[in-house]
Design a protein around this ligand. Structure first.
Ligand SMILES: N[C@@H](CCC(=O)N[C@@H](CS)C(=O)NCC(=O)O)C(=O)O
Length: 279
């Protein structure tokens, strides 16, 4: 009896229970896709509750490739802090969310970065009424930022490198960090340029009351993450076949996406994103 129980316990361990993510997706009949909690243009439900955006499109493409039906996706909105654990634990099958591809993440999470879907940079947004023209004028500023992000680390590096100080206001949930910024609890909001543009266009009562400063804190490659190479292969093939215009604003897409951001690569193409977000 004891032996049988032991055997049962062993069989229940992950090594024995192992089923590839693709097998699991096929047997349940849908892809559980991790996305952000609401950055318009990337992943946000529309007025009918239908998720839209380029991160969402990639989830749909995976469903089309694996299940033959782009509609067979369920979305799990994840904050920056939740995203990696959700993928590691199997709560989601694939993470298609603004996630910067760094060496540390690539080597320490046990996850596979399988392709870049957007080239971006990091910036600062301030209320126009503060009359700030450059990030170099931000000494002593209060800065709203989300934890578990490269944004938080780059922010500290930037101020240190420029011999300035700042007071971080670190808030996990997107809605709350934006409320804090728009309510004036911080002088500055920092995130990926794409996030700033999207936020200003879709969340500010008056977008013109906010200015995105010209500085770029550096490139971020926003990648798609998968647990296993097999899922990685599917995403890789989708990237190969997708129109470059959608996935690579630095390449051929320049023409379609309009003026590039001064040839600095990798950097966000603001015109392109504004078109995607519909503003
Ligand atoms: N690219 C950075 C930042 C990603 C990030 O989480 N940005 C915020 C600000 S736009 C975000 O997407 N928030 C949405 C959410 O929490 O759902 C990273 O990978 O760490």
């Amino acid at each position: 009896m004891k032996r049988a129980l032991l055997l049962l316990a062993v069989l229940a361990t992950p090594a024995f229970a192992q089923q590839s993510t693709l097998d699991a997706v096929r047997s349940k009949g849908f892809v559980q896709c991790g996305v952000n909690t609401g950055v318009a243009g990337f992943s946000a439900p529309d007025s009918k509750g239908v998720y839209r955006g380029i991160d969402v499109d990639l989830c749909r493409a995976v469903a089309a490739a694996v299940l033959g039906d782009a509609g067979k996706v369920r979305y799990t909105p994840l904050t920056a802090q939740q995203r990696f654990t959700a993928l590691q634990s199997g709560e989601v099958d694939v993470l298609s969310r603004n996630t910067t591809w760094t060496i540390t993440r690539d080597t320490s999470l046990g996850l596979n970065f399988v392709g870049v879907n957007y080239y971006d940079g990091q910036g600062f947004m301030v209320p126009r009424k503060l009359n700030v023209k450059s990030a170099k004028q931000l000494n002593g500023a209060t800065v709203c930022v989300q934890p578990g992000t490269t944004t938080e680390l780059n922010l500290a590096d930037y101020f240190r490198a420029n011999k300035m100080t700042f007071k971080p206001v670190v808030i996990e949930k997107l809605e709350e960090v934006l409320n804090a910024y728009f309510a004036g609890r911080c002088d500055v909001y920092t995130t990926d340029h794409s996030g700033l543009i999207s936020t200003r266009a879709t969340r500010a009562t008056k977008p013109d009351d906010h200015v995105i400063l010209p500085e770029d804190l550096g490139g971020t490659l926003r990648a798609v993450l998968a647990v296993e190479r097999l899922v990685g292969l599917v995403v890789g093939h989708i990237h190969l076949r997708a129109p470059r215009a959608l996935l690579d604003p630095r390449g051929k897409a320049r023409g379609r996406f309009g003026k590039s951001s001064g040839g600095r690569a990798p950097a966000v193409d603001r015109n392109g994103l504004e078109r995607i977000t519909g503003r």
